[in-house]
Write a protein that binds this ligand. Structure first.
Ligand code: GLU
Ligand code: ZN
Length: 295
């Protein structure tokens, strides 16, 4: 089977509604895929039910539709992929590449997020333990299409990282790598908040013999009050009625120059114009200040 030259995706987490920052990421991945004649897949990253906002999944799909996005195929749900994640975890565990960690949050408090390796050679059982992947004492780098070269030393800057949590939930880092490969994704376009996750994902790809996609990390959106729009901050949800003006704002945040006449266009017409005029090289590298308060 001939594999398509470009498969992109948008992978929202239903821990909240879509906000302007996620719209910018969705728009960039959509335009980049469609301008290349590629597919655009949608994946719901519903790995963490306790943190899920009720109704967010439906609202996200509805908002994307209202904004004129059309995805290819069925939506993939990570909650349906547990068997695949578990199979890989067992493989890594059995090869000694991953190990069980029983450290409490309190025990790790002093180490500023870099795991000190306390359980590395403890030989704990998996039950009631987190599973950590051994971080190699190596630097991983890649060339981002917007951000340029990005490099991280996994051993020193990240440490052994969790691939399955103590409560049994699968970690984003593992799931994203397995699913992008499983769905044949060639191009990852997403927010720059995930730039420092990428070297961990490169390591997992290498370890599992999976192809490395191309990466493009779009700048974060900063609100006039200085807050970054993103997961960690309760960002205001997008409204359906304002689709055209918000798409135009998102285009400008991506360095595109939509024609003034588009102000009266439908969301679909804005997207059609934007695909035809997409210029990924115009995307700014640094955080973009939102044009107005989005509250
Ligand atoms: N689910 C992640 C998020 O909402 C995005 C994952 C990705 O694009 O790699 O931040
Ligand atoms: Zn431990």
């Amino acid at each position: 089977m001939k594999s398509p030259a470009y498969i992109g995706r948008f992978a929202p987490t239903p821990s909240g509604y879509l906000h302007f920052g996620s719209l910018v990421a969705a728009l960039a991945s959509y335009l980049d895929a469609r301008a290349a004649g590629g597919q655009w897949l949608l994946r719901m990253e519903d790995l963490d039910p306790p943190r899920e906002v009720p109704g967010a999944q439906t609202a996200i799909l509805q908002t994307l539709e209202n904004y004129g996005f059309e995805w290819d195929g069925e939506v993939v749900y990570q909650s349906q992929r547990h068997a695949a994640y578990d199979e890989v975890i067992q493989r890594l565990f059995n090869h000694g590449l991953a190990y069980a960690c029983t450290c409490s949050r309190k025990q790790l408090e002093a180490y500023q997020g870099i795991y000190p390796g306390l359980c590395r050679n403890a030989g704990h059982e998996q039950k009631d333990a987190a599973i950590r992947l051994r971080a190699p004492e190596l630097s991983y780098h890649f060339i981002d299409r917007v951000q340029g070269r990005y490099e991280q030393h996994l051993g020193r800057e990240v440490g052994d990282f969790v691939i399955r949590r103590r409560d049994g939930l699968y970690a984003y880092q593992l799931a994203v790598v397995l699913d992008d490969a499983w769905q044949g994704v060639t191009d990852i376009v997403r927010g720059a908040d995930l730039l420092d996750s990428t070297p961990r994902q490169l390591y997992l790809q290498e370890l599992l013999g999976l192809p490395q996609p191309r990466y493009l990390h779009v700048p974060l959106i900063i609100q006039p009050d200085g807050h970054k729009l993103g997961k960690s901050y309760r960002s205001p949800p997008l409204h359906g009625q304002a689709a055209t003006p918000l798409l135009l704002r998102a285009l400008r945040a991506l360095g595109q120059q939509p024609e003034p006449a588009l102000a009266g266009a439908s969301p679909q017409e804005v997207l059609t114009w934007a695909i035809a005029h997409w210029d990924a090289k115009a995307i700014p590298r640094t955080p973009t200040l939102a044009e107005a308060d989005l509250h």
